[in-house]
Design a protein around this ligand. Structure first.
Ligand code: MSP
Length: 515
């Protein structure tokens, strides 16, 4: 079976997950579930980035031991991800021994390649970015991302000969246009490469919260070098060679657009230096804003993803984020818009369709459908087209188009019911075969749509399949299950999946919280 190894950025744990970080995990989860649906043996890695100065400071502020604090936060992160139905296969923390082994091995390899040297660093350092900045990166003396004044640091550091890899990186980008998508991110990095690369500091002096540099244990490995190596250490680098051979290189790193330089310049150069293969692809997604405002932990405008999940379950939030934001672009979340989409897409459209089909099958056929002799009818073609468009979109990470394709089938099914008017057919015993066909095909179209929506709405898709799928329905569908089935089945009635919100005006008072 073909394998697919994908990762997300690992999160700083100085505060809880917010909708922005959840957006990344949800969209990566949709890709992971789509790969499983498509038959890949999938390994989906997530984790926490713990060796940041901010994490250390936050723990101290709370009077906690940094490691105990990180243990607690790991629990909290895992709980949030579980509530959002994120199906990760592994969760790495950078304080784990397996990670330390991987970092030590990679730094040793880079040292052995002659790529590390001692030097002196003086310049601005943004602790929120955990990045050495250049004066030209600052706007009015502030970090443009966090709007804070960077620290000025002077320290003896170990440098990595990043400049040595400029030509090889350029060649890699030329040979692999798919390496960094979408195109807009690739262009940013190409411009950066054209501007020339400078060597970078790869250690921090005088700190002990981190992984000691193998050849100078008085320093720790710079937190970004440490963090990037998680992708390799999680699959055995420096510990379990067999596991590493099985999964490396990663097929996909899903990351935010603010950290493409780390993933597409520094990380590939580190891998080249250590003699390892590069990941096949990096996807740099856009940012989610909250009511048009930038959402970030350090700016204090965050939305707790659980708030939406607590009120409606994970699926409406997942659908909103996937369907309403073209993947790769920036997007916005507001309660008004979220509730509007909930009513339109879920309560009035998909939810109502599932209920109507079940109610009609119950009323006119006692819940039992036969395989119509005259079938399949015209919806089969619509379903085949939707499934094909969905596959193309999802393979190209156009997740929003994948969702839209599934909803085209749902819309067409609603229209089909309006046109065939099963309630009128039911009045005429002479049109019994037509009624069989109309009910069967409406139920079958809903089943196909549920298979396509499974990566996006895993909980409700399985429930819809249970209601309309009949025998042979599994809780883990495969893409082959999206093929039309002319088959007898029993339809199960149930509670409305998404009750309509009657007065969609509420903005919960706790909508924007201080982190
Ligand atoms: N620890 C680093 C990543 C190391 S990966 C080797 C980091 N952590 S973070 O917690 O600040 O961000 C984690 C991920 O969430 C990043 O990919 C970042 O781009 C993403 N996002 C943070 N805020 C976001 C939004 N408001 N919207 C979308 N994604 C956002 O960076």
């Amino acid at each position: 079976m073909a394998r697919y190894f994908l990762t997300t950025a690992i999160d700083y744990v100085n505060s809880r997950p917010h909708l922005g970080t959840a957006y990344e995990k949800i969209t990566a989860d949709v890709i992971a579930r789509y790969k499983r649906l498509s038959g890949f043996e999938t390994h989906f890695l997530m984790g926490n980035d713990e060796h940041s100065q901010n994490v250390y400071r936050r723990a101290r502020e709370l009077g906690e031991e940094p490691l105990a604090y990180c243990d607690r936060m790991a629990q909290e992160f895992r709980e949030v991800w579980a509530r959002l139905e994120i199906s990760f296969d592994d969760f790495i923390r950078t304080t784990e021994p397996r990670h330390r082994a991987g970092v030590t091995r990679m730094i040793e390899r880079m040292e052995a390649a002659g790529d590390l040297y001692e030097g002196f660093y003086e310049g601005p350092y943004c602790v929120s970015c955990e990045a050495f900045k250049q004066e030209k990166d600052l706007v009015d003396g502030l970090c443009p991302i966090h709007m804070t004044k960077p620290d000025w640091i002077r320290e003896k550091n170990h440098f990595f000969r990043l400049s040595k890899y400029q030509a090889r990186l350029q060649a890699h980008f030329d040979a692999h246009p798919e390496f960094l998508v979408p195109e807009v991110r690739r262009n940013e990095i190409l411009r950066l490469l054209e501007g020339g690369l400078e060597d970078i500091s790869i250690s921090r002096a005088g700190q002990h919260w981190g992984i000691p540099l193998p050849h100078d244990p008085s320093s720790v490995v710079y937190v970004w070098a440490d963090a990037l190596i998680n992708y390799a250490s999680a699959v055995g680098y420096g510990g379990d060679e067999q596991l590493f051979r099985a999964w490396w290189p990663a097929n996909l790193h899903v990351i935010g657009k603010d950290i493409t330089r780390f993933h597409c310049v520094i990380w590939p150069a580190m891998l080249m230096s250590a003699g390892l293969e590069l990941p096949r692809q990096v996807f740099g997604h856009g940012w989610v804003h909250f009511k048009g405002q930038k959402m970030s932990k350090s700016l204090g405008t965050v939305l707790e993803p659980l708030e939406a999940a607590d009120r409606f379950g994970p699926d409406p939030l997942r659908l909103y984020l996937v369907k309403e934001i073209p993947y790769g672009n920036d997007g916005d979340f507001s309660w008004e818009r979220f509730e509007e989409r909930y009513n339109v897409d879920l309560a009035n459209n998909l939810g109502n369709l599932v209920s109507r089909v079940a109610a009609m099958v119950d009323k006119y056929r006692n819940g039992v459908l036969v395989a119509p002799a005259a079938g399949p009818g015209r919806l089969a073609q619509v379903a085949a087209e939707a499934a094909a468009a969905y596959g193309t979109a999802m393979d190209g990470f156009a997740l929003h188009e994948g969702a839209a394709a599934a909803f085209r089938l749902i819309d067409a099914t609603n229209e089909y019911i309006a046109e065939t008017q099963p309630w009128a057919l039911a009045k005429d015993p002479g049109r019994s075969a037509e009624l069989d066909l109309a009910l069967h095909d409406a139920a079958e179209a809903v089943r196909v749509a549920a298979v396509l929506l499974q990566p996006i709405m895993p909980v409700s898709a399985v429930e819809i399949l249970r209601r309309v799928g009949g025998t042979g329905t599994t809780t883990e569908p495969r893409i082959a299950d999206a093929a039309w089935r002319n088959a007898a089945r029993t339809i199960i009635k149930g509670e409305p999946l998404w009750p309509r919100l009657e007065a969609p005006k509420s903005t919960p008072s706790q909508g924007a919280r201080q982190s």
